[in-house]
Design a protein. Sequence first.
Length: 84
Amino acid sequence: MDIDKAYTPEQIARALQLSRKTVYELIKSGEIIAKKYGKVYRVPKSSVSFLFNGLDDDLLMAEKEDLRNIAIVEKMLKEVRLEM
């Protein structure tokens, strides 16, 4: 099973040197994205990254994917142009 790492609010509080209460307030306000399972929350690793990087992290990952695909797109364009 390939599941991203997830943390408890308590682990997030320790790592960020915040109180548990503050972490739960950040979850409630939507600043930390968490999923509630029954009575417990789990915070995905990507949510913690988002706290520090905001959308920059998502944009960086998208740019890397784009750069990987450029060679494929250029090759396809050349093939299409040769067929014309």
